[in-house]
Design a protein around this ligand. Structure first.
Ligand code: ASP
Length: 348
């Protein structure tokens, strides 16, 4: 007799964001509202033959307010419920969605189930909302299994928005008002959403060892982003590098990883590295990679001890450093770990 198929079990973690917002009658601005309001606006969810449970942030937040404590909350819930569910959908504001997706990818080591982050550009109560479709598709992806071996199709943290599923730690918010608001500039989509969901098998993350999930909750916020501009002065550079307590710097450089080759720029960088600060070179370009040996200007940074971030996004660079310092590693150990990808966040 054929074995009856079990209904997929999905846990929705609602953190807030536009998807669940309603207009404040006094200020006419959008504010996060509770989960029941959100789900009442998507009666189609009931048409999915899934067992869905949910939990929500109390109170739900606009994701501009996200901190590492929220990431710890999400990761803790996924860890606690990991064995009871087939997949997880995190509803989140778009503003910092790529940061949260990146952070979770590092915090959830040996993840082998889908963690799908989504949200919307228009609140779910609005007639033209994109929230309904994003939520339904995220649930379907979280429930999708490989027809060959019955394993989850997605075994990583991924970000679903409009027509694409992206690797979480490769994604960036590209538009403040388009429905296709996210993109991975250096990595192909994990799936295209059209009439059907077409997975890109070659791009999906797979690990074949069966080590159980390990949730890392340690995150260190002493990491800053320094953006190189033509107007930069030694004073402003030093002020940033000498921020009390700073352990890591994401240095946002021009093009292939270039910055002024002058003494006034390189000396403070070298002094910071000698003090034990880890400096990671990430390009300001949306697309392409750092190649520090290509120009003299980039090579000066390499000679100071700046590490190449290759094609990593700012979001992944920042959260990777927060994660590595959070595990208690020394500056030297963090530097070594930055040379290699941990979970598909860069190509070397
Ligand atoms: N400010 C909102 C948020 O990030 C924007 C959005 O969800 O699209 O929570």
């Amino acid at each position: 007799m054929e074995k009856t198929k079990r209904r997929p079990r999905i846990l929705i973690i609602y953190t807030g964001g536009t998807i669940g917002m309603i207009e404040d009658p006094e200020t006419r601005t959008l504010r996060p509202f509770n989960f029941n309001h959100l789900i009442d606006n998507v009666p189609k969810v009931k048409m999915l033959d899934y067992d869905i449970e949910h939990m929500q942030f109390d109170p739900p937040i606009d994701s501009s307010n996200v901190t590492h404590a929220h990431w710890q909350q999400i990761a803790t819930q996924i860890g606690k419920n990991y064995n009871d569910f087939d997949g997880f959908v995190v509803l989140h504001g778009t503003d910092t969605m790529a940061y949260t997706a990146s952070a979770l990818s590092f915090m959830l080591e040996h993840l082998r189930k889908p963690v799908i982050i989504t949200g919307s550009q228009l609140p779910i109560g609005e007639v033209r909302t994109d929230g309904e479709e994003n939520l339904i598709t995220a649930l379907q992806i979280a429930a999708a299994v490989d027809p060959v071996n019955g394993e989850p199709m997605v075994q990583e943290v991924a970000l679903l928005f409009a027509n694409y599923l992206w690797r979480g730690n490769r994604s960036t918010k590209m538009s403040a008002d388009n429905f296709n608001a996210f993109k991975s500039n250096n990595y192909p989509p994990l799936a295209r959403i059209g009439l059907s969901i077409q997975f890109n098998n070659d791009a999906l993350w797979r690990v074949y060892d069966k080590t159980p999930l390990k949730v890392h909750l340690g995150l260190n916020s002493d990491v800053i982003v320094v953006y190189v501009t033509p107007g930069m002065t030694e004073h402003s550079l030093r002020q940033q590098l000498e921020t009390p307590g700073v352990k890591g710097v994401v240095l946002k450089t021009y093009g292939a990883g270039n910055a002024p080759s002058c003494e006034w720029f390189n000396r403070p960088i070298k002094e910071a590295i000698d003090r034990g600060i880890v400096v990671l070179n990430v390009t300001q370009c949306a697309n392409g990679a750092v190649s520090q040996r290509r120009y003299f200007t980039g090579d000066c940074l390499a000679r100071c001890g700046v590490i190449s971030g290759h094609d990593i996004t700012t979001e992944a660079a920042l959260t990777k450093m927060m994660f590595l310092f959070g595990t208690g590693l020394s500056a030297k150990q963090v530097s070594n770990c930055l040379l290699r990808p941990i979970c598909g966040e860069m190509t070397i």
